[in-house]
Design a protein around this ligand. Structure first.
Ligand code: HEM
Length: 417
């Protein structure tokens, strides 16, 4: 056994296309002390319990330095320009910032924000599929699933359309920076990512100032001028929250759409059902989130005190990895877990996490994926996979195909609005 044997197996690219046999092996020991590595938690109820346990911190500053050194194989950049955003904070700061960010985003204060974007989302999807006309194939990552969510988050926040390409570039660079790549020059990569983060922060900072002077209908204006019982965010908090929304909603949604389409192409009977009946989309997307979740694991949890779980004591300050994708395939929670079943009832998957950090953007992500998969199923004639498995991204945490080459015989016309 070398240090972090299982952690290294999870990161090992050889396991990327099908990590599920490895997770099944891990579940034999629900809480596994990986030799000098993190504590790996792989069973549903143990993961669920820790996600709801107030003794478990999301704040990296609570990790003891030895544990931090061992697990920081390819850690994200800490940017002094940014205060920690709320995904990395504990109560009470987390709760305050999340509540303020929630006012302009959803019920009960702004119940129609996502609903009102439906028409615009559908137009973006239609436009991207229109571009497939006259072709016999496409890469569903580069040509479809990648441009879609960044465009949407830009519109939501209120980034002027002409500046959207800047965002695409910054988001690409920052997300690629979180992708472990042993062949790349680490120093150069870190410098590139830092530059993109700084430019993004400066851009958002100016945009926030602009909205302070001239408010409009977008979410950033609402955040800048919001006046709820929790008060307003500071300027630094606004910048870090806007960056979080941009990045958190980016590669995750790309992977949900591509994992979903890959799964459908491997299950042509379900693809045909979706083609015939768009109402299947809601339960189908939930099943994709269980069966092939875009966020495979949460590698950033730390106990604030010794915690006993499944016969193991996890000491204060150690690193815990919660393997959501493994919990989603736990036979003690989901009958026949390795079967893709869009009719599954009782599908409380861990694809969006659980507890106080449960995904803030879930309603938007669900809608984007439902629209995208329904339109692809409806408009592509005889779609088929050109490579199975497709080439995957290196990233073990945000897992999904890097490319998804698909062939088709034609493209049906878009529906009239
Ligand atoms: C399929 C797409 C998505 C998936 C699978 C996903 C998954 C997740 C997961 C697993 C968490 C929990 C993290 C943790 O407990 O540490 C989370 C949190 C979060 N997500 Fe998402 N997400 C998606 C889309 C989005 C979108 C579109 C947005 C923004 C509009 C977003 C914003 C956030 C934020 C702000 C948090 C932090 C919440 C908190 O700390 O309270 N996500 N997401």
């Amino acid at each position: 056994m070398t240090h972090g044997t299982y952690m290294r197996k999870i990161i090992d690219y050889a396991n990327r296309a099908d990590p599920y046999p490895l997770y099944s092996e891990l579940r034999k020991t629900p809480v596994l002390r990986d030799e000098d590595g993190p504590y790996l938690v792989s069973t549903y109820w143990e993961i669920h319990g820790l996600l709801h346990d107030p003794r478990i911190s999301s704040d990296r500053r609570n990790l003891n330095p030895d544990a931090a050194r061992l697990v920081a194989l390819e850690d994200e950049e800490d940017d002094p320009m940014l205060t920690p955003n709320f995904i990395r904070l504990d109560p009470p700061d987390h709760d305050r910032l999340r509540r303020i960010a929630m006012y302009p985003f959803g019920p009960p204060h702004t119940p129609r924000r996502i609903h009102d974007m439906r028409g615009e989302l559908a137009r973006i999807v239609s436009g991207l599929i229109d571009d497939f006309q006259g072709r016999d194939g496409a890469d569903l990552v580069d040509d479809f699933a990648y441009p879609f969510p960044v465009t949407v988050i830009c519109r939501l926040l209120g980034v002027p359309r002409n500046d959207e390409p800047l965002f695409h570039d910054w988001a690409d660079t920052i997300v690629a920076g979180a992708d472990p790549d042993p062949d790349a020059d680490a120093t150069e990569r870190r410098a590139t990512v830092r530059r993109a983060r700084t430019e993004l922060s400066m851009y958002l900072s100016e945009l926030i100032e602009d909205r302070r002077r001239t408010p409009s209908e977008d979410m950033l204006s609402a955040l800048v001028h919001g006046d709820g019982p929790d008060g307003r965010m500071t300027h630094a908090e606004l910048v870090s929250t806007a960056s979080l929304l941009l990045i958190a909603g980016h590669e995750t949604t790309v992977n949900l759409i591509t994992n979903g389409m890959l799964t459908l192409l491997r299950h042509p009977d379900v693809l045909k059902r979706l083609h015939d009946d768009p109402h299947l989309a809601a339960s189908l997307v939930e099943e994709v989130l269980r069966y092939e979740p875009p966020v495979q694991l949460l590698p950033q949890r730390t106990p604030l005190t010794d915690v006993d779980i499944a016969g193991v004591t996890i000491p204060k300050g150690e690193s815990i990895w919660l393997i959501l994708a493994s919990g989603n395939r736990d036979p003690r929670r989901f009958p026949d877990p390795d079967r893709f079943d869009p009719d599954r009832k009782d599908n409380q998957h861990l694809g969006f996490g659980s507890g106080i950090h449960i995904c803030y953007g879930a309603p938007l992500a669900r809608l984007e994926a439902q629209l995208a998969l329904t339109e692809l199923a409806r408009r592509l004639e005889n779609p088929r996979l050109l490579e199975d498995p497709p080439p995957y991204r290196r990233n073990a945490v945000l897992r999904g195909p890097r490319h998804l080459p698909v062939g088709f015989d034609g493209v049906h016309a878009a529906r009239e609005p």
